[in-house]
Structure formats: structure tokens, C-alpha cells
Design a protein around this ligand. Structure first.
Ligand SMILES: [Zn+2]
Length: 491
């Protein structure tokens, strides 16, 4: 199949083509670890996760790199304020970020083993800066090094900015008053007092933010790679500068083939800000009792290039959706487990679900058309519910349903099918309870009713629910695992 993605560099949808067949080099700009990440950040990471899952589902081997910015003005200011060493200050935020990724079921970046950190990649950055100086694309002034934008005529090709008209020589940043042109940006900053400092050919200092990503992405993915992504605010200047640095140093073009940018979200129709009280970090929502998968659903359900308006009402609705998916899955699971030997290929439903899966994939091939993909997904879930309700070829249909949830989880990451089996003793108790309830005098017999309740309570104590359907119909089991089931999310 052909995958089409909107490429910011081309300014249009393009067929996705990799440099090496079957392999994707994918770089995501990671967080600056001076605070916990907020839901705006996570919208970007969830969108990138969908892209990665989709590519993997399509058989690509994805090498996904995401850096951690653990030195910059904010991290230094935070560490100084708390009178801590830089690493001591950033470490808890690194751990929290990785934890948050797990909570939202976002796949961890898979290369290298540990997420690369700016402070541990400084020799590579210095080398890259030296190369730029050799090529006359950078210059040193009083211990700092700047990129000479005039040396790179294509500057502006990503953001479509014409900077020729903006070079005014206005000095805005007092630290950078030695720049030749106002558009030149810093590659290496001479350290001030009370700042962490690394040795360099230009004296003690620290890297600028933009050079970090050029150095780390090329180190782990090569001088030319397939995919680079971030929030839309990174297009300029960050990604524009990355292109100038990388292509300026290596002469290899393009530095990146496909640039994917995720649009920012609004909260209640407004830009998120601490002063407006509409600023949410993930922990804020978890503390309010929202389920992580409802949060994931909310962030994922709008196309990455469209504005997402995040509301608590929307989050509640997403919670209802997750509940419905859970219910459908556990119906399938219980029926598949109670009458083993079902077979997906034997079921009419299985064939229909295969078709649905193909349609979902086709929707995602069109620049990750998530609205269409989710509409098709819900249609298929409705079909599963109807088929199970009607008891059509129940044994095989139930297995088809379970398989479908496994496949769609791999793609959407909603984590519905995490529990693959009902413990056999609980299933046994369920069947026993049905026998009791099936007795002809059940409605009059207090003993039998008591026995039925006991069996239900025993199952409940093991962390499972019994869901009774219509009278005379088999019941199903559901694992307590969501916030609304009374299970707290560990963080
Ligand atoms: Zn970056």
C-alpha cells in the first residue's frame, strides 16, 4: 500500500518513501526536562505514536529516536533555584516523562537503549560546530559560536519564510550582541557565572538548543533520514535551524525527507496557559480521576494537522467510548473462553472484520485520517456487538472479535485487549452461577439466589465483574482495571 503524509517541507501530501526499503529512521524532538509535560506536548507524542504504530503495522522496522533536552536556560534556572546540580534537578522529570509515556501507552523511543540526553552528547555537538566553522558557516565571537545564516541560501525552505527582508541588524538578545546579523543563531554559548560549563575549543560553555537535535539525530540515524516530527511551533526557528546546521555541515540533502508537524491544541477554545487555569499536566487529569486511555483517545481522535479543542466534557465522552470498547471486548473474551475451539476463519464475522481492518488501514494511508479510521472502527464494534447479541456462530464470532481488538490495539494503542484470558476458576464460577440461575424455581428460591450472589461476590473479590445480560442469556466477565472500576492508576 502507498502511504501519503503531509510533508511540511514539500507543503503538500506526498507518498511516503524511505531511504532503505522497509526501514524508517524517525526522530522526534523530545521534552525539555525542567517540568512535567502537559497535554499539549502529549498531543504531539500521541500523534507520533500513531504514526509509528501504523508504520510498524505496515511491516516497517522503525528506528525511533527521541532526545531529552537536559540543559538550557530553563533547566539551569530551575536547578539554581532549588540549589541542585543540573542532573539532580532534571532526573525526576526524565523519570516522570518516561512514566507518562507508559501511562498513555505511547511506545518508548527504541533507539538507542536509553533516550539520548544533550549533556551526554556534547563531543558530537562540538565536532559538528567545528565542521561548520571550517565551512565558513559559523564563526566564533568572544567565546560563543554563531551560525552564519547568509551561508545557507536555502534558509527558510521549511517554514517558507523569506528572511532576506528581515535581516535588520536589530540586537534583541544582550548575550548575542556580537552576532554579524540578527538572524544568526547561537550554536555554542559562552557560560556565565553559576552555569554548568563544558570545555570546548572556544572555552567553557554549553550548546545551543538547535545544535543538539542536529547532532543527536545524525549520530543515531545518519546524515540523511526519513522522518522528523514535532509540534508546529518547532517549524521555525528550531527545525529550520536544524536543516541549516545539518545540510550546511554535511552537504547532504535532504537532511530529512518527511517533516511532520502536529498542530497545537486548545483547551475550552483557548490557548492553554497557567494564568487562565486551563493548563493541564497529565498528573492533573489523573488526579481528577480520568482514565489514561480516555485521555489518549481524546488526544488521538482529531487529525494531527487539525486544531483539537480539548475539554473535560470531551474527556468524559471519551471515557464512555473506552467503556463500550471494554464491554464489547470482554463479551467476546468470555464467550471465546467458555466454549474453546472457536476459529476466526470459520466465522462470517471474521471475514467482515478483516474487511473493516483493511478499510481502517486505507484511511490511515491517507495522511493518517484518524476520524475516518475511528468511524470504521466503531462501525465494526457495533457489528461485533450485534453478532454476539444474536448468538450468530457464537464460538467463532467471539474469537474473531478478540482477534480484531488485538489488531486494532496494536494500531490505536487503546489497550483494550490487554487481558487475554479469564482465569479458569472464575470462568468455572461463572458457569456454576449460570446453572444456579437457570433453575426453574430460581425466582422463588432464596437459597439459590443467595448462592448466585455469593458466587458473584467471590468473583468480585478477585477483581472481576459479572455482567448479566438479558434474562436467560449467558453472563460475561469483565476485569476491573479502569479508574471508574475503582482501580487507582499508579503513577
Ligand atoms: Zn529538536
Amino acid at each position: 500500500v502507498n502511504i501519503f503524509l503531509f510533508n511540511t517541507l514539500a507543503g503538500k501530501k506526498e507518498a511516503f518513501q524511505t531511504i532503505d526499503e522497509g526501514r524508517v529512521g524517525f526522530y522526534s524532538c523530545g521534552p525539555t526536562v525542567y517540568d512535567y509535560a502537559h497535554i499539549g506536548n502529549f498531543r504531539t507524542f500521541v500523534a507520533q505514536d500513531l504514526l509509528r504504530r501504523f508504520l510498524e503495522q505496515q511491516g516497517y522496522h522503525v528506528r525511533h529516536v527521541m532526545n531529552l533536552t537536559d540543559v538550557d536556560d530553563k533547566t539551569i534556572a530551575g536547578a539554581n533555584q532549588e540549589k541542585k546540580k543540573l542532573e539532580e534537578f532534571t532526573e525526576p522529570y526524565v523519570a516522570a516523562f518516561q512514566n507518562d509515556l507508559n501511562t498513555l501507552n505511547i511506545l518508548q523511543p527504541n533507539y538507542p537503549d536509553k533516550q539520548p540526553r544533550a549533556t551526554q552528547e556534547i563531543p558530537e555537538m562540538i565536532q559538528l560546530i567545528q565542521k561548520l566553522i571550517q565551512k565558513n558557516a559559523a564563526y566564533e565571537r568572544e567565546g560563543s559560536v554563531y551560525y552564519r545564516v547568509a551561508s545557507f541560501p536555502e534558509y527558510g525552505k521549511l517554514s517558507k519564510k523569506d528572511l532576506g527582508k528581515n535581516v535588520t541588524g536589530v540586537r534583541v538578545d544582550v548575550d548575542e550582541y556580537e552576532r554579524e546579523e540578527a538572524t544568526d543563531f547561537v550554536l555554542w554559548k559562552k557560560s556565565k557565572e553559576n552555569e554548568p560549563s563544558w570545555d570546548s575549543p572556544w572555552g567553557g560553555g554549553r550548546p545551543g538548543w538547535h545544535i543538539e537535535c542536529s547532532a543527536m539525530s545524525m549520530k543515531y540515524l545518519g546524515t540523511s533520514f526519513d522522518l522528523h516530527s514535532g509540534g508546529e511551533d518547532l517549524i521555525f526557528p528550531h527545525h529550520e535551524n536544524e536543516i541549516a546546521q545539518s545540510e550546511g555541515a554535511t552537504g547532504r540533502k535532504p537532511f530529512v525527507r518527511h517533516w511532520i508537524h502536529v498542530k497545537h491544541l486548545l483547551v475550552d477554545g483557548e490557548k492553554m496557559s497557567k494564568s487562565k487555569g486551563n493548563f493541564f499536566q497529565l498528573k492533573d487529569l489523573l488526579e481528577k480521576g480520568y482514565d489514561p486511555m480516555a485521555i489518549r483517545y481524546s488526544l488521538l481522535s482529531v487529525h494531527y494537522g487539525a486544531q483539537l479543542n480539548f475539554t473535560l466534557q470531551g474527556l468524559k465522552e471519551a471515557g464512555e467510548v473506552i467503556k463500550k470498547l471494554d464491554d464489547c471486548y470482554f463479551q467476546c473474551l468470555t464467550h471465546a473462553n467458555r466454549t474453546p475451539g472457536g476459529n476466526k476463519s470459520g466465522a462470517q464475522l471474521g471475514k467482515k472484520l478483516d474487511t473493516a481492518m483493511n478499510e481502517i488501514v486505507n484511511a490511515l494511508c491517507d495522511d493518517l485520517n484518524i476520524s475516518k479510521a475511528l468511524a470504521l472502527f466503531h462501525e465494526a464494534v457495533g457489528l461485533i456487538n450485534r453478532t454476539i447479541d444474536e448468538r450468530t456462530d457464537l464460538q467463532n464470532s467471539a474469537v474473531s472479535g478478540v482477534t480484531f481488538f488485538n489488531e486494532t490495539d496494536r494500531l490505536f494503542g487503546f489497550d483494550i485487549s490487554k487481558i487475554a484470558e479469564t482465569p479458569s476458576e472464575l470462568l468455572h464460577a461463572l458457569l456454576q452461577r449460570e446453572e444456579v440461575r437457570g433453575a426453574s424455581d430460581f425466582k422463588q428460591n432464596k437459597e439459590l439466589q443467595k448462592k448466585s450472589d455469593e458466587l458473584r461476590d467471590n468473583i468480585g473479590m478477585r477483581g472481576w465483574f459479572v455482567k448479566d445480560l438479558r434474562p436467560g442469556e449467558p453472563s460475561t466477565l469483565k476485569k476491573k482495571r479502569r479508574v471508574w472500576d475503582g482501580v487507582q492508576v499508579n503513577r
